[in-house]
Ligand binder design. Structure first.
Ligand code: ATP
Length: 363
């Protein structure tokens, strides 16, 4: 039993566990079997899966879930296809502005790269702004706005739609500080010098993307010890495949962060391996980077690694460092032994068999 689990004065934190939709509840249930075996100083509030929540009227369902999320100290969230509500509330309601997506290869991960050993960086994705602000409409609404430049005038004939991309100084400064701090923490652990890379489409989108990168550079003057590099985002996509060993913390606006983190997950071995945590000033939640994997629902073959590694991030966030290390090690060991891997990793193990292997290696 770890010191953390027996310390008498540690108050028990409440973790809301949201199973989510399609195949996500299978990954969450397997992950919970591991967490429950760890004798953690935590209480888990397990919400119903999306298939049960769907029986409630929409507003009632949303209030029901949001109240449980608000009552918890943190949240482990299975992916949603929209049936399970709560993500919007956790993200915009709780202002979790920094989405952290570690991209780290471990021996046994089925990477398509020839030399995956140097793959160990973290994407920090701005989580609230950019094209995700939900400002969309018919282009006719823009015609009288005075915002229409020559390129748009040439391209536009007939009907069309637009979606706005919003980058604010305040939002960018916050996520930039978060990323610089993270670069410092990672350097303190690894012994390497701190490094931050920022990327966006600065050449084509000066109003938003160059603005984002310029603000990050300004904030960088408060962190002179961190080496800051800046690349255009198409070059960045190429670098994620060819020069990933030069990365440590990569800061991106929302949409590029969403897309490039799936690319990064592909380089380590697939979506089933990619965890994620979303952090605000007073709230955080944790979920795999993948979606609900609807094509494999009910087959007991979803890989729960991404959910388990998200739980590792959650334990770290809750200050349960020893427990986080213990779980992280057990997961790594299952891969380095390589006998109980799920189908996406070239094995034949079911979701539950994988979780059992992790449980058996907790020490
Ligand atoms: P979303 O739009 O929510 O991202 P999606 O269906 O586009 O959903 P995913 O759910 O991430 O994307 O699935 C993409 C592919 O990756 C699917 O074939 C799915 O089965 C596979 N996949 C995703 N997560 C896992 C996992 N944990 N284990 C095994 N396969 C997975």
């Amino acid at each position: 039993m770890s010191e953390e689990s027996i310390a008498p004065n540690v108050s028990r934190k409440l973790v809301a566990v949201v199973p989510g939709d399609d195949a996500a509840p299978e990954a969450v249930s397997a992950s919970m079997s591991v967490l429950e075996a760890m004798d953690l100083p935590l209480e888990f509030d397990l919400l119903p899966p999306g298939s049960e929540l769907a029986e409630m009227p929409e507003t009632e369902r949303e209030n029901f879930v949001n109240e449980r999320l608000d009552a918890a100290d943190t949240v482990l969230f299975g992916s949603t296809n929209g049936t399970t509500p709560g993500i919007q509330h956790l993200r915009w309601g709780h202002k979790t502005y920094a989405n952290v997506r570690p991209i780290r290869w471990r021996p046994g991960f089925r990477s398509p790269m020839a030399n995956p050993e140097g793959l160990d960086y973290v994407i920090v994705r701005e989580n609230l702004e950019d094209s995700y602000v939900g400002i969309m409409g018919d282009v006719d609404a823009l015609r009288s706005s005075g915002l229409i430049g020559p390129r748009a005038r040439i391209a536009w004939e007939g009907e069309g739609r637009f979606a706005a991309k919003i980058i604010t100084r305040q939002g960018t400064e916050k996520v930039a500080r978060f990323a610089f701090e993270l670069a410092g923490k990672r350097a303190a652990k690894s012994g390497r010098s701190p490094r931050l890379t920022v990327s966006a489409k600065t050449n084509m989108l000066p109003a938003t993307d160059r603005y984002f990168c310029d603000i990050v550079e300004e904030i960088g003057s408060d962190y002179p010890e961190v080496r800051l590099e800046r690349f255009i985002v198409d070059d960045m996509a190429h670098r994620l495949v060819t020069r990933y060993d030069e990365l440590d913390v990569l800061l991106l606006p929302n949409l590029y962060g969403d897309v490039l983190s799936d690319l990064g997950a592909g380089t380590v071995g697939g979506l089933g391996l990619a965890p994620s945590g979303c952090y605000g000033d007073s709230s955080a939640y944790f979920e795999s980077a993948h979606g609900t994997a609807p094509d494999i629902v009910g087959q007991d073959r979803i890989n729960p690694t991404a959910t388990l590694l998200s739980a590792v991030m959650m334990l770290d966030h809750l200050g349960l460092d020893q427990a986080a290390t213990r779980l992280d090690r057990a997961i790594s060991e299952v891969y380095s032994i390589g006998r109980t891997l799920t189908v996406d990793q070239g094995g034949t193990a079911t979701t539950d068999e994988f979780a059992t292997a992790v449980r058996n290696l907790l020490n």
